[in-house]
Design a protein around this ligand. Structure first.
Ligand SMILES: [Zn+2]
Ligand SMILES: [Zn+2]
Length: 385
């Protein structure tokens, strides 16, 4: 059983109610206005300095007596463009929009931890961030541009994690989540009549070879002991069954941990795509847009997080999760201050609460909210003394 403080237990119903309210009213990236209002309402009356409209729809709540270190804790607020497939009473009431990653729970944990911490009046400064637009939309960059990293000594954050059972916490030093870069390739040829292919340069056939050849970057060029992914997620070209189009557009994602490998990937993709397309009478335009860097946990902060986690769930329930090729914009804060991102186990297979994140049937065990709230408070004790 997790060790939960009286303050956390006393807020249990309010934490769950806030999470369910946000789940019923999910908002997409940059539109988290109602969510931000609910956060402010939850924090009202606490001795916190609250600022709204930070980096767009973000909210920052600060507690503490100043003097001493500053700990940044961050939770994210955005939902996903997914139609929820659930019969739960708290299912989304917004068609096509759903909290399928658990960010509703993150907001509830962050709000509860901020309120409790404010009551305790920690030494130093606890800065709780409610960040918009985590799902690949640049929310962290906007918050950083708004100055939230000023004076920060240590950063941390949590993610509910359905790959771990409820009652566990996942702490790992070093690389945890991958760098995420976006890839777009336009294979150009010369369109024509489907019955007279010799008079055109077929970009569909060229794109098919490009797609296949790109798989050899990871399998033949990258060291087998290094992690890398090249995935093409969309292929668009042509309108009619009997017409060769002028171009085919491919989009995808490149995932890596190692900085040098990451830097080398755009040139590798361009070389393969251009070489293949030109060999087949066309050409390829390759564009790689840098996304979030990898989440790399600082060893010293990870040790603080481990101690905090042990106090909440006991040594036997603190696990070292495998690194994942998923991405997280928490990495943007960790570029500016040492930090540790922690997974809060939230799966309960016995109750059917173990669907993967981003699934239309995603849901989690709400007991995880109490564990996560307690962890954030213990982390504050570790970092602020
Ligand atoms: Zn997500
Ligand atoms: Zn997420």
């Amino acid at each position: 059983m997790p060790r939960l403080s009286a303050e956390v237990l006393a807020l249990r119903d309010e934490i769950v109610a806030l999470r369910r309210d946000l789940h019923r009213h999910p908002e997409l990236a940059w539109n988290e206005r109602r969510t931000a209002e609910q956060v402010q309402a939850f924090l009202k009356g606490s001795p916190l300095a609250v600022r709204a409209g930070v980096g767009g729809t973000g909210v920052v709540a600060e507690a503490g007596r100043g003097r001493g270190p500053t700990l940044l804790l961050r939770v994210d607020m955005d939902a996903l463009p997914i139609q929820e497939d659930s019969r739960a009473a708290h299912a989304s009431e917004v068609p096509g929009t759903m909290h399928a990653c658990g960010h509703d729970g993150h907001v509830a944990m962050g709000a509860a931890a901020a309120r409790i911490a404010a009551g305790l009046g920690p030494p130093g400064t606890l800065r709780m961030l409610f960040q918009p637009a985590e799902e690949g939309e640049g929310g962290a960059q906007a918050m950083v541009a708004a100055g939230v990293m000023d004076g920060v000594d240590v950063a941390s954050g949590v993610h509910l994690w359905n790959e771990l059972p409820v009652g566990t916490l996942g702490v790992r030093a070093g690389p945890l989540m991958a760098a995420v870069d976006r890839l777009r390739i336009v294979v150009r040829g010369r369109g024509g009549h489907g019955g007279k292919p010799h008079r055109s340069a077929d970009p569909v056939v060229a794109a098919a070879h490009v797609i296949t050849a790109l798989q050899t970057i990871v399998s033949r060029e990258v060291s087998p002991t290094q992690a890398a992914v090249v995935t093409l997620g969309s292929v668009h070209g042509g309108q009619a069954f009997n017409v060769i189009p002028d171009e085919v557009t491919l989009t995808g994602t490149i995932r890596t941990f190692d900085a040098e490998l990451r830097r080398s990937m755009p040139a590798r993709v361009a070389r393969v795509a251009s070489g293949i397309a030109e060999g087949l009478g066309g050409r390829a335009e390759v564009e790689v847009r840098a996304g979030n860097p990898p989440v790399v946990n600082d060893p010293a902060v990870a040790e603080m997080a481990r101690r905090a986690a042990v106090r909440v769930v006991g040594e036997e329930n603190v696990v070292e999760p495998e690194p994942t090729m998923g991405g997280e914009d928490m990495a943007v804060y960790f570029e500016r201050a040492p930090g540790c991102f922690v997974f809060v186990g939230s799966a309960n297979p016995g109750r059917g609460l173990d669907q993967p994140h981003h699934s239309p049937r995603f849901d989690f065990d709400e007991d995880a909210l109490l564990v996560g709230t307690q962890f954030l408070l213990e982390m504050a004790k570790e970092a602020l003394g």
